[in-house]
Design a protein around this ligand. Structure first.
Ligand SMILES: [Zn+2]
Length: 402
C-alpha cells in the first residue's frame, strides 16, 4: 500500500541528504554566506535575484522548481488524492484518520460539523486557531495543513466526492494538483521578478510584453554537451558518459573501491587490488581467497535507472565469472543501491553494523563524486569559481538574500 511504498527500509537517504547539503555548504565556504548556492551552480553573479531562478522562461527566468515549494506541493497533492482515492477502503481510512486528527487537535471540544476544508487549507478561523498540533501528533494531514498555509492554497471539500485545490486563479482536481500548483508558484515568482526594481526586473518587464509565444524559452537550440559536443547534455551523459568527465568519474569509482578495501581488510581478508589475473588482461578491483577459491569484487558506478544497474551487474558477471566467483558492487551515480550488492554481505558473513556503515559511505561517496563532476561540468570554460573575484555590487540596487 501507499504507506509502505513511501517508507524507506533504511534511513540512508535522509541522512545522506543532510550530509550532502553540509558538504555543499563546506565546498562553497569561500563565498559569502548569503549568496544563493543555486547561483554558484548556474555560474551566475551573486546579485542574481531569487525570483530569477524560479520565474517563467518567457520573461527570462530559469523556470526551475524551488525544492521547498515542491515538497509542499507534493504533500498537498498526495493528501487530496488519498481523500478522493477510487478504492473506498483507502478513501474511508484516510478520511477517518483526517477527522480523527482534527478532533484530537480540538482536544475533543470540536464543533458538530468538522471544518475539514478550512483545516486542510491552513485556516485559523472558526476556532481553528485553538488547534494544538502536539495533541494530534504529526501525520500527512497536519503536514498538508501546514503546507497549504505556507503556499496560500485553499482546499475546497464542499463537493464532498469532488475536492478542488485552489490557489490564485488556478483551480484543479487532485490528480492535476502538482501541475497546477507548480504553475501557481512559477507565476508568483514571475510576478516578483517583473516587479523587482533591479535591472533584472526591468528586463523581465520588457520580455513580458510579449508572452504568447515560447520564443524566449526556445532560444537555446544547441542541446549537445558543452564539453565534448558528442551527445545531448543529459544527467546520464554528464555523470556517466562524457569522456571529459572521465578523470573525476575514476576518482568517484576509486573512493568507493577504497571503502570496500578497508571493509574487507577489517573483516580479515587478505586482499589484492587491481591485480591482473594470471594469463589475462583482466584486473578486478579487489581480489581475495575464500575457502581456497578466488573471489573478485568489482565496483561500478552507473546511471540510477534500474535497467542500467542490471546491465552493469551483468557486464561485470560476464567479464569475470569464468575466472572465479565475481561479486559486482553496483552503485548509482545519485546514490542508488543495487539490491544484489547485499549478496556480498551474506556470502562473506559481514555483520549488519559494518555493512550498513559501508553502504552509507559508499552511497555518499557516489553522490559526492557526482556533485564534483556536475560542478566541473558547469564551470567548464569559466574561471575557477574559488579563484574568481566576486563582482562588486552595483550601487543603489537592493541586494536580495535567499
Ligand atoms: Zn560530453
Amino acid at each position: 500500500m501507499y504507506w509502505t511504498s513511501i517508507r524507506e527500509k533504511t534511513l540512508d537517504f535522509t541522512r545522506i541528504r543532510t550530509r550532502v547539503s553540509r558538504i555543499t555548504v563546506e565546498y562553497y565556504s569561500t563565498v559569502p554566506i548569503n549568496q544563493p548556492i543555486n547561483g554558484l551552480i548556474c555560474n551566475l553573479p551573486n546579485h542574481a535575484t531569487v525570483p530569477f531562478f524560479y520565474a517563467d522562461r518567457r520573461v527570462g527566468g530559469l523556470g526551475t522548481c524551488r525544492l521547498t515549494d515542491d515538497a509542499d506541493i507534493w504533500t498537498i497533492a498526495r493528501a487530496a488524492q488519498l481523500l478522493t482515492c477510487r478504492d473506498p477502503t483507502v478513501r474511508n481510512i484516510c478520511r477517518e484518520q483526517l477527522h480523527d486528527t482534527i478532533r484530537r487537535g480540538f482536544r475533543n471540544e470540536h464543533p458538530g460539523v468538522l471544518p475539514v476544508g478550512e483545516y486542510l487549507s491552513g485556516s485559523v478561523d472558526g476556532g481553528l486557531y485553538r488547534l494544538r498540533y502536539a495533541e494530534a501528533g504529526s501525520n500527512l494531514w497536519t503536514l498538508a495543513r501546514q503546507a497549504a498555509k505556507r503556499l496560500g492554497v485553499r482546499i475546497d471539500v464542499s463537493g464532498d466526492e469532488n475536492i478542488r485545490i485552489v490557489a490564485d486563479d488556478v483551480s484543479v482536481s487532485p490528480v492535476k494538483a502538482v501541475r497546477g500548483l507548480r504553475k501557481v508558484a512559477r507565476q508568483r515568482y514571475t510576478r516578483d521578478l517583473i516587479s523587482d526594481k533591479s535591472h533584472q526586473g526591468v528586463v523581465a518587464t520588457g520580455l513580458s510584453l510579449e508572452d504568447k509565444s515560447k520564443d524566449m524559452a526556445r532560444l537555446e537550440q544547441d542541446t549537445s554537451c558543452r564539453r565534448c559536443g558528442k551527445e545531448n547534455e543529459t544527467g546520464f551523459h554528464v555523470l556517466n558518459h562524457c569522456e571529459e568527465g572521465l578523470q573525476l568519474a575514476t576518482k568517484r569509482h576509486n573512493t568507493i573501491q577504497d571503502l570496500l578495501e578497508s571493509l574487507l581488510v577489517k573483516q580479515g581478508h587478505d586482499v589484492t587490488i587491481n591485480n591482473a589475473i594470471p594469463g589475462q588482461r583482466l584486473r578486478p578491483d579487489v581480489e581475495f581467497q575464500l575457502s581456497g577459491s578466488r573471489v573478485m569484487v568489482d565496483v561500478v558506478v552507473c546511471f540510477d535507472q534500474p535497467g542500467s544497474m542490471e546491465n552493469a551487474y551483468q557486464r561485470k558477471y560476464d567479464k569475470y565469472s569464468s575466472h572465479g566467483r565475481i561479486l559486482p558492487l553496483v552503485v548509482g551515480s545519485l546514490g542508488s543501491w543495487y539490491p544484489r550488492n547485499d549478496e556480498i554481505r551474506s556470502i562473506l558473513g559481514i555483520n549488519g553494523r559494518s555493512w550498513g556503515a559501508f553502504r552509507f559511505r559508499a552511497r555518499l561517496a557516489a553522490i559526492q563524486g557526482s556533485m564534483d563532476m556536475v560542478c566541473a561540468h558547469f564551470h567548464h570554460g569559466a574561471p575557477n569559481p574559488e579563484a574568481e573575484d566576486i563582482p562588486p555590487l552595483p550601487v543603489e540596487i537592493p541586494y536580495p538574500v535567499d
